[in-house]
Write a protein of this length. Structure first.
Length: 122
């Protein structure tokens, strides 16, 4: 099948099926890219997550804080999970890096953690 034939058939789908198809195509393309360039993909993803922490880039911490203030997880475990999910598509984030982000957020007075492991937003 050629691209034009597939495009014509896709026009007949309803919007939900089009979205499902788009998601499937993106997943297949990413998987194919990972298989073709595994070294490039791994080094890029590790660099992105570590870059945020090691450079202590104020813009990146502010971006995390901005998203955090919209979601406002109440407990420390929820906060850790939230940060992990932010870096999920960049190859993940290590536990020490996650703790560095949390301590940096505390240092910059975005959050405070009380004795009951609850997160207080400032």
């Amino acid at each position: 099948m050629k691209y034009d034939e597939i495009a014509e058939l896709c026009e007949e789908l309803d919007y939900r099926d089009k979205l499902r198809l788009a998601q499937l195509l993106i997943q297949l393309a990413r998987k194919e890219e990972e298989n073709q360039n595994p070294k490039n993909r791994i080094s890029q993803t590790k660099g992105n997550a570590s870059e945020v922490i090691s450079d202590k880039n104020v813009d990146s911490i502010e971006y995390v804080a901005e998203r955090l203030l919209k979601s406002k997880p109440a407990k420390i475990k929820s906060l850790e999970h939230f940060i992990s999910s932010m870096f999920q598509f960049q190859g993940g984030i290590s536990e020490p890096d996650k703790m560095k982000i949390i301590s940096e957020l505390q240092r910059l007075n975005y959050i405070k953690i009380d004795s009951n492991n609850r997160v207080i937003y400032k």
